[in-house]
Design a protein around this ligand. Structure first.
Ligand SMILES: *Cc1c(COP(=O)(O)O)cnc(C)c1O
Length: 365
């Protein structure tokens, strides 16, 4: 049996270091924010090439806090990809704004910059691209559009830890960049976690305030904030894992290269990587018109695969009130029916990958 992802193996690889870090926090007697969170924030900002990082409770909150810091609210519109994890849309809805979907370029699965301007209205406040599957979005045309229309750019980088766009790490191209440290992400905690990074001191300060009850000084509340703080135990674990992130991304890159070489002769559509992109390879996603049958055969062969994502947000019951039709976003709908994520991860070994490719080649001659 080959699991889609082996989180236990990732923990075991770093167990002595992680256990020491957890014990350090427990022994410290300091359990909310504090020095461990501050150290992780400094290290994460530095890694991302950003002036500031602020740790929060999870990736969804990072997006919500970013939008709140930009004062996005009722009646405002935010441009989002039609094919993303629903969290991107939910953050927009949570602040009372309206998600305005734009279709992806089917070659990259990322929002198509050429289709964004047609979706901009006088109510548009923010462009919210997602670096889906760890493939960096083509940011330059998006940043240019934002400048031309006076809009902010919030990046959903929940899948893009360590990815580079034109040689520079994702982390400070847009106004605010939002991160998730959900256990399965490339930099994953052993529980929930998230952060924002930014070069703008004003926005970092607002998120810092909003994540902690709107309070800088205990019992003095400047704004109506929330409780969305990064747990110091998770911060200590993230500091251990951050030191290994580039090594682990390198292993993902080797696996992706082996898949691309080994599956080139099949009829699967493989990921397209523009020459300016250095993906983080959070997921290795292939496309097949016969996806469901292919997944069933992989399951029968004992190989775990997943679908990211089977139902696009506009077709979810959660957005039933918005009265979208399934074919309002035909590319998102088609991709949802054809994508299949193959096993990939730092602890996925060569023998496992050979077995996956053998099964794929048998089912896809
Ligand atoms: C994981 C993810 C999120 C949400 O992160 P959580 O930490 O689970 O809240 C948001 N956007 C994308 C694209 C994600 O993959």
């Amino acid at each position: 049996m080959i699991p889609f992802l082996n989180l236990g193996a990732a923990y075991r690889e770093l167990k002595p270091e992680i256990d020491t870090a957890v014990a350090r926090v427990l022994d410290s007697g300091w359990y909310i924010l504090g020095p461990e969170v501050e150290r992780f924030e400094a290290e994460w900002a530095e890694y991302c090439g950003a002036s500031h990082a602020v740790g929060v409770a999870n990736g969804l909150d990072a997006l919500i806090l970013a939008l709140r810091a930009l004062e996005v609210g009722a009646g405002d519109e935010v441009i989002v990809p039609s094919n993303t994890y629903i969290a991107t849309w939910l953050a927009v809805s949570a602040v009372g704004a309206i998600p305005v979907p734009v279709e992806p370029d089917p070659a990259t699965h990322n929002i198509d910059p050429a289709q964004i301007s047609a979706a901009i209205t006088p109510r548009t406040k923010v462009l919210l691209p997602v670096h889906l599957y760890g493939q960096p979005v083509d940011l330059d045309p998006i940043l240019a559009l934002a400048r031309a229309h006076g809009l902010a750019v919030v990046e959903d980088a929940a899948q893009a830890h360590g990815a580079r766009y034109k040689g520079r790490r994702i982390g400070a191209h847009g106004d605010i960049v939002c991160w998730s440290f959900y256990p399965g992400k490339n930099l994953g905690a052993l529980g929930d976690g998230g952060a924002i990074t930014t070069n703008r001191a004003d926005l970092a300060d607002k998120v810092r305030l909003l994540r902690n009850y709107g309070s800088r000084q205990k019992y003095l509340n400047e704004v109506q904030g929330m409780n969305s703080r990064l747990d110091p135990v998770q911060a200590a674990i993230l500091r251990v894992k951050l030191a290994h992130l580039d090594d682990w991304t390198g292993r993902r890159r080797e696996i992706a290269a082996a898949y691309r070489a080994g599956l080139a002769h099949t009829d699967l559509i493989l990921p397209h990587v523009p020459d300016w992109a250095e993906p983080a390879w959070h997921l290795f996603v292939v496309r097949s018109a016969g996806r469901d049958a292919l997944q069933a055969r992989m399951t029968a062969a004992g190989i775990g695969t997943l679908i990211h994502y089977p139902i696009p947000p506009h077709m979810q019951q959660a957005y039933g009130e918005a009265a979208f039709l399934p074919d309002d976003f035909p590319i998102a709908r088609q991709l949802a029916g054809e994508v299949l994520s193959l096993p990939i991860g730092p602890q996925f070994d060569r023998d496992g990958q050979k077995a996956v490719m053998a099964a794929l080649c048998m089912t896809n001659p």
